[in-house]
Each structure stands twice: as structure tokens, then as C-alpha cells.
Design a binder for this molecule. Structure first.
Ligand code: ADP
Ligand code: MG
Length: 729
């Protein structure tokens, strides 16, 4: 084995560990260096002092026990093909227990008589004896015995926690941890009372006490928080330095004319956010602003006013929507709002009028050519469209502003795709109705300045939400449809939402979030589908009403026709999937029935119900479910019914979601650099880290004097991201 004079975090594992171990770590976990291995933290610890005795087991309990294998025999199964490995183990006090394993060939090489291991599983009964069925196990080395905690590592099918542990032990013996270079500036560590990196790394792998574990994590989580915040600060810095077209407001332009003709007063929030945007647009560096406003807060007008300011400066603006339905609707409502101001080239247009072009993937060849021409020639001051706009490489005469509506459907990459065309970076305005918890705003959207659009326009009516629990109150089902009829008879319209399209499109339309109650899940019927529910309602409880059907699999022109008919009041009830989730605005719709409501996510339900009560009549939202009381699914629905506060719901949603999904979009590399940072639990650290990061980048643009911090950023975010904005600065 080659000798290393000095092992540090960058030392490759190859040559340091045995060849196979190094290979395995690389292949299974993409770990190549000492640093990468030591950053692979234990997932949890098993406290030896808390291991259970076999004698004290109770049926149904989840247990972990250290025991020695006394006997291991393979048996054929009587009722099925295949065999089982039946094992008897004995704990330190001499009590024995049966364990059954399903894949003898995989397990038998490890679980042999004489070995000691830690077995975990749920206690069951078989032939009057307690047993663990297919428990997980960790073999125990003799040297482990003396340590108070056993570290359990995130493992894969190809490498066990035990194997990882051995490698970590070896490496810890070779490296001088007091000598490890610490990326966090000393001043920061002192102020925050953080342990040095070397010490924290040792403690997280080999804690002597629980306090050790906490102290180690408290330090190491800072590395992640700083990595993310520095990445974002660098990103903000890089974009802020690009030149952008300055679009100062004009007192005599189309924007002013529009304001003067507004049929209603702007809300305080609209005025204030409007001022922030107007000031941003006037600058010579690109605006990057996120406007957060609950459903119905009136974001469209905020966007339109921004676009008009840009048009007044002789530039173009583009409005991107997540779906064709929404893009078409936006184009229509912008045209309506603008009136003669949006009819350039037409009879009766206002003097300084502009033109709105709609550009979606499904346009006919001729319409598409015209729209493309209008964008390219500059004839269209405002271009509305979907992703197709990005993908088809549309040329603009002079793009000044990109507005992205309903951001939660848009990725960072898509934002970048637009931003990077042309020499001047266009201004960017992102609008979302999804209330974003502070920590998420500071990480996932941390490259954007955030404006909150508070308050709803006057004249909006409250929505009351009721859970209809069919498990306990089956009779309520009929009343749901009676209620829909009442709304229609009063001259209003209703939505009926199903989780699935049905028939040909089954798989793709599964709801975003899995059920919590997975045990009941297996036996459940498939979610209700628009194509089944529609006809049944038409022939049954909603007979005689004018029903329309809308889902993502319809041809675009049909989708558009249905949506228009509903908008014009030619349909009473729209049976739809979540295509109506974002942005659809029909003020006369007052009722929404959501079938299989438990199949949707919290934020999704909140978005959905925002489609009703948009006019002056109060809205009602009925959440239909057959999940029984006491299940998590029901608790979630009750939460939606209990509050209309989007922020509170977002917080609950975050609690229920896997955080990795949220943070996933901040990093695109394969190996995730975020293991400890939690958006839920580390708000304070994230806030502080952002401040430190901003100060550091302000003092040292591009972090040229801080190579270790640059390395930390690279470690935290993926390779692609690094290429995108670390190497550029
Ligand atoms: P969202 O923020 O959900 O996108 P919209 O922009 O679609 O909301 O606005 C919802 C409805 O409120 C629209 O019909 C819009 O015309 C109306 N609206 C917007 N601002 C005001 C206002 N200041 N006063 C009255 N109605 C308004
Ligand atoms: Mg909207």
C-alpha cells in the first residue's frame, strides 16, 4: 500500500483503502475522496444502552436487538414455491427468538451460526411463538462492541452500512482531523459557537454521547446552509451585473392611459408591489422579482402594468403560462382589459396602442407564422404563450421583460433559458399563488427578490370549505349534487374535479402526492376519472344541466372551446382534472366539488378552490372523500377546510412532504450535497447564513479570496449548477 505523507479531505480513497472498498464506494455512492466519505453522515445511531431484551418484547412492537445466531436452516415453503431461512438468535441474557428471512440465498452467507448482529423488525407471532419476519440486520464487529453508539449509514443494495462504517473507521485512523482546513471563516465559527470541521466530522461518525451528535450536526448543517446561500448570493451577483434595458416609466404612455381607464381601484398591495416593480424596471440591471400573492389577489394586473411600462420604453414583454388553457385565457383577458389600447393595427385602436400575440405549441401553421412574425418584427408589444415559446426559439425584436405566471410549474432552468438570450438580459418577473414558506423562498427561490401581494381586491367573497366524509355520512353524497343544482338554478356555475382523466390516459394523471395511509392504499379502488364521472353525472344527479368536460388529453382547440363556453356561461358544470388548477378565472363559478379529495396535495386543493368565489357571490368548496375519520388523509382535508390562510397551509404541506423534493430543485448534481439542512427546522440558521453569504460576496465578489468557500459551494450544489454560475464569476 502506498504511503501518504499527509491524508486530507481531498485525498483519493483509491490506494488509501483496499481496492475493492474504494471501487464499491465509487460505484454505489459516487464517493471518491476522503472528504466525500466523511460527508456521508450516519442516518441514525443505535444506542446500545437502549437495546431491548428479547424477554421484554411485545407483539406489534418495533424492536432492535443485538443477538447471536444459534441456528440457521433453509426450509421449503409448504404452500408456495421457494424457501425460507429460519434462524434462531439469542441475546446476551440467554433469551431466544425466531427470525424468518425470505431470500435465503441472499441472507444465508451473512446470517450464519456464531455471528453477532443487530436485528430490527416488528414483533409478530407464528405457531404461538414470537418471531421477526424478514428483519433488517447489521453484522457487528468485535471492535464496535466497546462504542456506545452504532452508526447506521445510508446504504444501497450493493454496499451495506457495515461496510461503509469499516471504511469510515479506517479513514478516521489515517487522517489528522485537527489539521483539516475549515471552510467556514473563523469569525463566523466563533460568533455562532461552532465546532471546527475536523472535530465535528469525528464526532458525527464516532459520538460518545448524544450531546456529541447534536454538536456535530449543529456545526455541519452550517456548511450546507452556507453552501446554498453562497451559491445563491453568487448567482444574484452574477445576474445583477448583467446589463439590462432600462425602462423608466413615462407619464404620457400606454401604461398611464391604462391606469386612467381602470374600472376599479387598485388594492394597496397592487400599488405597492407595482411601485417596487416600476423602480426595478427603470434600472440598467435586470430585475429578478418574485411576486407572491394568494389566489385571486390580482396578480395579472400587476403583471400587465409592468408589461405596459416596458412597451412604453419601446421594448417587448412576454408572459409565460404553464398550460395552453391558461395562456389562451391570459391573452383573452389582457385583450379585454386593454380594449382599444391593445388593438394596434385594428380599426378603432388607441393612438399609442400595442398588439398582443398568442403563441402556443398547438397553433395552426398560419397563425403561428403570424405570431412569430409579430414577435420578431416587434409589432407585438406583448407576447403570451407557453413553454413552446422557449423551446421553439422564438425571436424577439427587443425583449425587455419576461413574466412567468404560476412559478411552481416552472423550473430554474426554464427561467435561465429565457434569461440567457440576447446581450441585454431581460427583466424577470415571476408570479406565484403558492404561498412559499420563508425558508423555501430563501433557498429554492433565493436568487429572486420577493414581493408579497397582500390583501384581496374588494368585492371578493369568502369561500367556505366542507369535508364530505362518505365513510361516515354516505347520504351526504346526494346533497352534494343538490347543492350544485341550487347554485346553477341561482344562475351560477360549478366545477367538479377528479384526480384522473380515465381510460386511455390513466397513468400520467396520478396525483402528485402519495397517500399517507399506505396500508389502506393497496386495497383501494383507482381514483375517480373525468371520463367516467362526467357521463354518470349527466345521466344521474345532474341530468338536464349543461355539462362540459376538460382535461389535459383533449386536443388544444377543443380544450379552448370548452373553456370559452364555460367562460361565456354556456355550460353550467365543468367536469375537469387539475388543468383548471392554475389561473382559470370565471367569476360566475361559485361551487367546486372535489372528488377523491384525499388524492390531492394540500397546496393543490388550496389552488383548486381558489377558482370559485372570484365574483361577488360567496363560494363553496366540497371535499369528497371515503377515507375514514382518524386517518392522516382526513386530517389533511380538515386542515384545508379549517383555514383559508395559504401560508399556514404551505407550512403544513411542507411538514408532510419530503423535504428532499423541495430542496431537490436547488441542486442538480447527482450526489446531493444536502443531508442535514431542513427547511422546516433550520429557519434561523438559513436566515443567518444568508446574511453572512451576502456580506462575504459583497466584500469579495466571486469569492476570489476564499477558495475553500468556493469549494464548499461546489460541494453543496451539483456540477451543472457549478458550471452555470460558479465558474463564470
Ligand atoms: P390571481 O392573483 O389569482 O392571478 P387575477 O389576477 O386573476 O388573480 O384576479 C382575480 C380577479 O380579480 C380578476 O377578475 C381581476 O380582474 C379582479 N381584480 C384584480 N384586481 C382588482 C381590483 N383592484 N379591484 C377589483 N377587482 C380586481
Ligand atoms: Mg393568475
Amino acid at each position: 500500500m502506498p504511503r501518504f505523507d499527509r491524508v486530507d479531505l481531498d485525498t483519493p480513497l483509491k490506494g488509501l483503502l483496499g481496492g475493492t472498498a474504494a471501487q464499491l464506494l465509487e460505484k454505489e455512492l459516487n464517493i471518491r475522496t476522503v472528504g466525500e466519505l466523511l460527508r456521508h453522515y450516519p442516518r441514525r445511531y443505535v444506542d446500545r444502552g437502549r437495546l431491548t431484551d428479547i424477554a421484554g418484547f411485545e407483539i406489534g412492537e418495533h424492536v432492535t436487538v443485538v443477538a447471536q445466531v444459534v441456528r440457521a436452516e433453509e426450509r421449503r415453503m409448504k404452500t408456495r414455491a421457494g424457501s425460507l431461512l429460519q434462524v434462531v438468535v439469542r441475546d446476551e441474557k440467554g433469551a431466544t427468538l425466531n427470525c424468518t428471512f425470505f431470500h435465503p440465498r441472499k441472507v444465508a452467507p451473512f446470517v450464519r451460526p456464531g455471528v453477532r448482529a443487530m436485528f430490527s423488525g416488528k414483533v409478530g407471532v407464528f405457531r404461538n411463538q414470537l418471531q421477526l419476519t424478514h428483519p433488517t440486520f447489521e453484522l457487528i464487529d468485535e471492535e464496535d462492541e466497546i462504542r456506545p453508539f452504532v452508526s447506521v449509514y445510508p446504504a444501497t443494495a450493493g454496499i451495506t452500512s457495515q461496510q461503509i462504517w469499516r471504511c469510515v473507521r479506517q479513514v478516521l485512523d489515517m487522517i489528522d482531523l485537527d489539521d483539516v482546513a475549515d471552510p467556514l471563516p473563523e469569525e463566523l465559527r466563533r460568533r455562532e459557537g461552532l465546532a471546527g470541521l475536523g472535530r465535528a466530522l469525528r464526532r458525527i461518525h464516532l459520538p460518545d454521547t448524544e450531546a456529541d451528535q447534536h454538536a456535530a450536526r449543529a456545526r455541519l448543517v452550517w456548511d450546507e446552509a452556507m453552501g446554498v446561500q453562497l451559491a445563491l448570493a453568487l448567482r444574484r451577483e452574477a445576474t445583477a451585473q448583467r446589463p439590462a434595458p432600462a425602462c423608466p416609466p413615462r407619464p404620457d404612455g400606454i401604461a398611464a392611459a391604462f391606469d386612467a381607464a381602470l374600472p376599479f381601484e387598485l388594492t394597496e398591495g397592487q400599488i405597492q408591489v407595482g411601485q417596487e416593480i416600476a423602480a426595478d424596471l427603470a434600472r440598467e440591471h435586470p430585475m429578478n422579482r418574485l411576486v407572491q400573492g394568494d389566489v385571486g389577489a390580482g396578480k395579472t394586473i400587476v403583471a400587465l402594468r409592468a408589461m405596459l411600462q416596458v412597451v412604453d420604453a419601446g421594448k417587448q414583454a412576454v408572459l409565460l403560462a404553464p398550460t395552453e388553457v391558461l395562456a389562451a385565457q391570459h391573452a383573452r383577458s389582457l385583450r379585454t382589459m386593454l380594449g382599444p389600447l391593445g388593438q394596434a393595427g385594428e380599426l378603432g385602436a388607441a393612438e399609442n396602442a400595442t398588439k398582443i400575440a398568442l403563441l402556443t405549441g398547438s397553433l395552426g401553421a398560419k397563425a403561428k407564422r403570424e405570431a412569430l412574425l409579430d414577435a420578431q418584427s416587434g409589432a407585438a408589444g406583448i407576447v403570451v404563450g407557453t413553454h413552446a415559446l422557449i423551446e421553439d426559439r422564438v425571436k424577439f425584436a427587443d425583449l425587455g421583460l419576461v413574466v412567468v405566471d404560476e412559478q411552481h410549474r416552472f423550473g430554474v432552468e426554464q427561467r435561465d433559458a429565457l434569461r440567457s438570450r440576447g446581450e441585454l438580459a431581460p427583466h424577470m418577473l415571476v408570479m406565484t399563488a403558492t404561498p412559499i414558506p420563508r425558508t423555501v423562498a430563501m433557498t429554492v427561490y433565493g436568487d429572486l427578490a420577493v414581493s408579497a401581494l397582500h390583501g384581496l381586491p374588494g368585492g371578493r367573497s369568502p369561500i367556505s370549505t366542507t369535508v364530505v366524509p362518505l365513510a361516515e355520512k354516505p347520504a351526504w353524497f346526494d346533497r352534494v349534487w343538490a347543492r350544485v343544482r341550487e347554485e346553477v338554478e341561482a344562475g351560477h356555475q360549478a366545477y367538479v374535479v377528479c384526480p384522473r382523466v380515465g381510460e386511455f390516459a390513466a397513468e400520467e394523471d396520478e396525483p402528485d402526492e402519495p397517500l399517507e395511509d399506505d396500508e389502506t392504499e393497496e386495497r383501494r379502488r383507482p381514483p375517480l376519472a373525468v371520463l367516467d364521472v362526467g357521463p354518470k353525472l349527466a345521466e344521474g344527479p345532474l341530468q338536464g344541466l349543461r355539462l362540459g368536460i376538460l382535461h389535459g388529453k383533449l386536443p388544444p382547440d377543443e380544450k379552448d372551446a370548452v373553456m370559452r363556453a364555460f367562460e361565456r356561461g354556456e355550460l353550467d358544470v365543468l367536469v375537469a382534472t387539475t388543468v383548471i388548477e392554475v389561473g382559470v378565472d370565471v367569476p360566475n363559478a361559485t361551487a367546486m366539488v372535489i372528488l377523491d379529495a384525499d388524492r390531492f396535495g394540500l397546496s393543490q386543493l388550496h389552488q383548486l378552490r381558489g377558482r370559485v368565489g372570484r365574483g361577488s357571490a360567496p363560494g363553496v368548496c366540497l371535499l369528497i372523500t371515503d377515507m375514514p375519520a382518524g386517518t392522516t388523509a382526513r386530517e389533511r382535508l380538515d386542515a384545508v377546510a379549517s383555514t383559508t390562510d395559504g401560508f399556514e397551509l404551505a407550512r403544513l404541506d411542507l411538514e408532510l412532504r419530503r423535504e428532499g423534493d423541495v430542496l431537490g430543485s436547488v441542486q442538480s448534481g447527482r450526489r446531493s450535497g444536502l443531508r442535514l439542512l431542513s427547511l422546516l427546522h433550520h429557519e434561523e440558521i438559513i436566515v443567518k447564513a444568508q446574511q453572512y453569504a451576502m456580506d462575504l460576496v459583497a466584500q469579495d465578489p466571486g469569492l476570489r479570496q476564499h477558495p475553500r468557500l468556493r469549494a464548499l459551494v461546489a460541494e453543496t450544489i451539483g456540477d451543472e449548477e457549478r458550471a452555470a454560475y460558479l465558474d463564470k464569476v
